[in-house]
Each structure stands twice: as structure tokens, then as C-alpha cells.
Design a protein around this ligand. Sequence first.
Ligand code: GTR
Length: 497
Amino acid sequence: MGLGYTHTDAISEPIRMPASLSPPLPLFLSLLLAMLLSSAVAADFPPVDQLPARPEFPDPLVMLDGTRVTTKEQWESKRKPELKALFQHYMYGRLPPAPTRQTYSELFRDEKALGGKATLSEVRITFEQPSLSHPIHVLFAVPNNVTKPPVFVGMNFCGNHTLLDDPRIHLPEVWCRNTCPGVVNERATDKGRGGQQDLWNIDLIIDRGYALACFYSGDVDPDTPDMNDGIGPAFYQPGQSTAASDDAGTIMLWAWGFHRVVDYVERGAGGAVDPNRIAVVGHSRNGKTALLAGAFDERIAVTIPLQSGCGGAAPSRTTDTRAESVRQINTSFPHWFDGNFKRFQDPLPSPSDANGKTVAPRREIINQFSQNTNRLPFDQHCLIALCAPRPVLLPNAEEDLWANPNGQLEMLKLATPVYRLLGSPGLADGATPAINKLIDSPLGYFLRPGKHAMTRPDWEIFLTYCDQHLKAATSGRPDKAATSGRPDKAATGGRGK
Ligand code: GTR
């Protein structure tokens, strides 16, 4: 691949069909089937107020109609597609299809970057069908002394130029949050260059023999309540001007962005990295996204959502008042999830009339999930289970109670039966969390001292975990043998409490 190359990827296909559908069908048939499968199920889903209230966590191995899942085949062909359809319908919105063509244009390339240790490049991905006016820029750092290294695909808060102080890195032209380094009037400036290098630690990633492919969330959809300023409208039906109740919310759109960057590292990067050893990583809202991306794309071998909290790896049915609730997240960030997630009814007490007779409560729709999280037909352990048997690490911070570290551990425990069904130990038996002790089972956990942030010690843990679950594998998906930041308080406007 030479300097300034451009080439086109004829088809992207992040959807993997259930094992029961092999031998592989022609691609267009597979896509059609995948769509029919999810829409057929989704069409049957009851309106939210008709879902049964269930305060307990739903069993990931029991279908919506009560059928118990006892085999791998049932999981792959029935329950997994059902859970994917449920998450898309009631929470995140539908994952948009992959574009039929995407083109990679290299903006610069330096084979002697980072003191000669790495090849650094930046690539612009543009799309056709749908034609999107939102190119994704990928900053790509690959160690020079490793052949086909494993790669982290990450999404950043503030633009690729904040990862390294390097004038060649493209400044986003799109919306940027004012609290990001160097941003003036919601636009990036040169002053932000390198402003988040301590979060991403590219030097450490390279020294440990890994590559990094990182992109800015705002390229895909700016983190604003406006659903029309990102890629969302490119997927609207003719005549549609606003998002439908199950159209993708911002987190799902960002997950789509992760998949496009996975396309690039898998097929567009000229074999520079090992496509069988892709880990995804993101912090906080970007961690919620990394988890969703991992759950919906089996090319991702290891998933690392850092301090992802509510809407990520933490339970929606939480009783911990220190943790963020669905009501709070829907109020602060209404654009992150789909319309159905916000349209749940509050259980209103039945009022009495003047004669003391009980009358039917008003059928008021309020614009949030609110206390009705117990109507959800899943909880976040089911999202983790969609990654099975691929490894998932949940790193947390002791003082970050808003992200609900204890609730996240509970989610790992409850996802474990699915891992065991698929032949992986999941969370190790008797795993007890302790500060600074990595639980390195395929469902992994880590709690460090301190606050909500992506730090160098966090990266040390990601790398150690990946050394075990990713780096050792030399061929095939590692999961098959064994069994894929938030900048700081200022940059994202505090913890939202
Ligand atoms: C908080 C939000 C969290 C988390 C965080 C972040 O304000 O309540 O869910 O996403 O922002 O992304 O930094």
C-alpha cells in the first residue's frame, strides 16, 4: 500500500448468520434473511405497556415465549437473533445496514513515527449506498517490529488530533464539544493537538506490540440531541424526516461506526494487522458503544467497555441509588437510545372519583423508561451474553459509583450460563473482586482505585488481559480456540448527577 492510496471495498458484511444457516448463503441472501429474521420477530413484539413486569433479571437462556434454551444450536439460531431484535426494538434502535461500498483514502503515512517504532497513517472512509456525507477518519498506528499484530479499535471523544501532537492529523470539520481540548465555538483547532495523549497512550500500545485504529464519534453522529446532524437520516425511508421509534439512537449509530473501522482493519488495511485479533475499546458512553459493537459483530474478538455504566454493562434494573438510572440517562441524553426506550409508561396509581370509586388511571405516556425498567424483556447481562463465547473485560474504578461497578459484576455472573453453554468458563467460579486484582477469566473484571477516567494504568490492564485472550492466538478466532475516553470531567460536563 503506497502513500496516498485510495481503494474501494466492494461490500461490507458485519452481520454473521447463525451457525444453523451454514453452509454460507450468497451474501445478498444472507442479508435478506437477517433482515427478515429480525423484522419478523420485531413485528411480534408487544407494546411496552403489555410487557409483563418482572423485577428479577430475565434469564438469558429463556425465550420470550418461555421456551428454555438448552443447546448451542438453539442459542445461535433462536435466542441470539431474538435478543438482538429485542435490544434493537426496545432500546438502541435498528443497526443500519453496512454500505454496499466504502472507499479508503490514505491522508498521510509515516513509516518512522514514534521514534521509528511505528507506522502512523490516517485514512478517510467514505461510503456509497447509502451515500453518506459523513466520512470517518481513522488514525492507525501499527508497531514496526511485529508482523500482523493484534489491534485495538477505539472511539474517541474529541477527535483523532487529540491523540498525538502531530500537525498531519486531520482536524474534524464537524461539531466538537466545547469542553474538548482546543475547541472554540464547537469546532476543533490546532490547540487541541495531543490534548488527550495521556488517555490513549499510543506509545504504550505500540511498545506492547499492539496496533490502534481510532476514530472520532462526531464523524458518525455528533453527540447532540439532534438526530439529523449525523449519518442517521441517510438510512431514512423516502419521505421520512425524523427518526422512527425504532430507528437507531446515537449509540447504535456509533456502533455502526465501529463496524466500519473493523471493515477497514479487516479488509482495507492491506494486511497490516491480524483480522482475527481485533479488540474494541471505549470509555463511558464510548464504552456503552464498544459493548454494543462487540455484541453485534463477531469479527470482534475481545470487547472492553471501560466504566460503561447505565446503558452499557450496568443493569437497568438497579436498586443502587448511587448509580445512574435509566430515568436519569434518558433525561440527560435523550438521543442515545431509540424512541421505544423512552416511551415507557409510568405505573400511575388508580385514582378515586368523588364517590371514592376507583377509576381507570390515565393512560399517560411519559417520555422516559422511568420506574418501568422491570418491563424490559432483557437486562444488560443479555447484551454481554451476545458476545459469548468471546472474551469481555469490564474495567471499573472504585470511586466511580455512577457507573455501578458492583452491578456490572452481577451482569457478568448472570451472563456466565450462556458462556458455559458455549463451552467457555465465563466468569471464573468464586471470582472475588479486589482492588487492583485482574479477574482474567473470559468474562473479566477489574477495579482500580480512583475516579471515572481512561488512564495509563487502565491501558496496562487492557493489554495484560489481551495478552492472555488475544495475543497468544496465532490463527483463527481466539474465542473459538479458548472456548474486541471519556477525556475527564471537564471534557464531558461532569458525571451528570
Ligand atoms: C455521564 C453519563 C454516563 C456516561 C458519562 C460519559 O454524564 O451520565 O452515562 O456516559 O457521562 O460518557 O462520560
